[in-house]
Design a protein around this ligand. Structure first.
Ligand code: ZN
Length: 198
């Protein structure tokens, strides 16, 4: 049942494959794009390709950035002895928005999930452990309060404790299953202040 031209169908299929975009939204976006001025479409396409080509992982904390070191890691005013472990770059951005956290981060890019077959080796845990060979006083585990986030926090706690480095977990004032990025700044700061030993 080919209602549209092959090109439109292809565009709809590509858009529908993106997270959070259903068939209806994909159609709406596709038709919106077809009706956009050509320069605007080219700018959009270019920004996607350029982002893909230029964005890389910070060699220290593994967040997504344009430089070898992200702005946080390259800032000497930040406390490099305190590392907050988050699941993804969006969570890092949520804490950065509060403007109150002065330490640095470590981005795992996922969480341990036996159900989905994601183990400790599938996230950036080894990279975190090798950072601990430096001068680190505290590791704050700020993974989400989902089952996967809690599993990951427990695992990290067990892994780090023998080293004698203080390892804490943000308070669970964060709604269960809640993604850090959707939580307001006050709640984030309260969770950070109320952190407990792991
Ligand atoms: Zn960094």
């Amino acid at each position: 049942m080919d209602l549209y031209s092959g090109h439109i169908n292809r565009l709809i299929d590509e858009l529908a494959a993106l997270p959070g975009i259903g068939a209806k939204s994909a159609q709406r976006l596709a038709f919106h794009m077809i009706n956009m001025p050509k320069e605007k479409v080219e700018r959009l396409a270019k920004s996607i390709v350029e982002a893909k080509e230029n964005v890389r992982y910070c060699k220290e904390c593994y967040t997504l950035t344009d430089q070898e070191l992200c702005p946080v890691c390259s800032n000497h005013k930040r406390d490099h002895g305190t590392i907050m472990v988050v699941e993804n770059t969006r969570d890092l951005a949520a804490y950065e928005k509060t403007g109150k956290y002065m330490g640095v981060y470590h981005v795992l890019h996922g969480a341990i999930s036996p159900m989905l077959g994601i183990g400790p080796n599938d996230i950036r845990l080894k990279e975190l452990m090798s950072r601990l060979e430096g001068d680190v006083e505290e590791v704050i585990v700020a993974t989400n309060s989902s089952l996967e986030g809690e599993t990951t926090a427990m695992y990290i706690g067990k892994l780090i404790k023998p080293s004698g480095i203080r390892v804490t977990r943000i308070a669970s004032g964060v709604p269960v299953g809640g993604d850090l990025e959707y939580i307001d700044e006050v709640t984030l700061l309260r969770a950070l202040e109320g952190r407990t030993e792991l």
